[in-house]
Design a protein around this ligand. Sequence first.
Ligand code: SF4
Ligand code: SF4
Length: 467
Amino acid sequence: MSRKRFDENMKIDREYVLRLLEEAKGTTEEDIDRILEKAKNKKGLEHSEIAALLEIENKEQLKKLFEVSGQIKKDVYGNRVVLFAPLYISDYCVNNCVYCGYKCKNKFVRRKLTMDEIRKEVEILEQMGHKRLALEAGEDPLNCPIEYVLEAIDTIYDTYNKNGVIRRINVNIAATTVENYKKLQEAQIGTYILFQETYDEEIYKKMHPNCIKGNYDYHTTAFDRAMEGGIDDVGAGVLFGLADPKFEVLSLMLHNQHLEKKFGVGFHTISVPRLRPAEGVTLESFPNLVDDDMFKKIVAIIRIAVPYTGMILSTREDADMRKELLEYGISQVSAGSCTGVGGYQESLKGENIAQFKMADERTPLQVINDLIDDNYIPSYCTACYRTGRTGEKFMNIAKSEKIHYMCKPNALTTLMEYAVDYGDEEFLKKAEKFVREQASTIDREDIVNFTLGNIDKLKKGERDLYI
Ligand code: SF4
Ligand code: SF4
């Protein structure tokens, strides 16, 4: 493991990954048992061990894999699920990503939101109860320059709807310069998210023909520049369905390790989007589609390999799949999403082109109700980033597992805040009962008292309470 797996341009060592995959073909059942036993320590795994787990096909061993990943999920994240919503501000794009509805080859009337329109979108999202957004924009230096993105961030943070306020904006914009990352950091973004799409360089080039994004090296080094620009929290992901998923999982781990070695902290989150149909995109032409069984295995293995990295699932997956993956891997889900520019405003809906087709169209209230019914705590917590618990500092707290004493009371408090502000009488009753029951399971009296005390404070009008 001492050998550097990235060269000067931070390229994935392809030969090394392929060799791992080849060697893993000889994995025995005893090997799998030993690796799963080791995984229970929550210290992560060697690359060769991750490669071995990717070979699991046997039903009994899959069951064991899900049990171990489920236990790790429970130990690290308890029964909390962080909620967020995407906000698309511009669908101008100069790129030609084969898998995306926004590719420049697709001819439709493109738009970017004015600041007034952004305000309206945010008010609607706040009315749904959201506190955490993922800002999304296509790449277009002329129509969507960094100045526009920065102004949008300011506008979002400055928009209030009664008690509604956005407390954390994660930003998903194209790979850019250290200077621009510094500007994003100064604008107080949460996580900078960038999907690698695929680590397979050859496929990457085919998927991004004749466009800026086709520069593989520039794309794979984006997080290095983001961290040099002062952004502590970066969120990665690949678009499963483009290349061999086993190659992608191992490459994600190499990338993560590279950041850990160079900057002291790896990915804050990993997203696991799966290819979906979109405007001008049908799935038949993609030979590496990932079926449900493989997808579940991938989520479980990533959870085991990087226990303290949040895992995000979007509305690309349907409600059943989201429910299942929450059991053994996923810690954050989007809710009530629109995946088009201006999608939250009724008046603009007709003009809206979605980036991809969604599979889960439940409202946030339905999602929250379903989560509570399944004994999960829906959380709108944004405390860490606002108390400076980011990057390496965050990871150290997370690894000490003291984070439980922050996440759980914060999750319960934000759920109660949601119920007071946006629930009807019936929901308020249901949520309060649930919050009280859940608070009583915390094994520290001071934290129980803090949480129960917040119920009364919220009812009396106090807001934004957290540890
Ligand atoms: Fe543009 Fe991003 Fe879609 Fe590519 S994936 S076409 S960069 S919006
Ligand atoms: Fe996330 Fe920190 Fe809140 Fe826990 S306390 S849910 S880690 S922001």
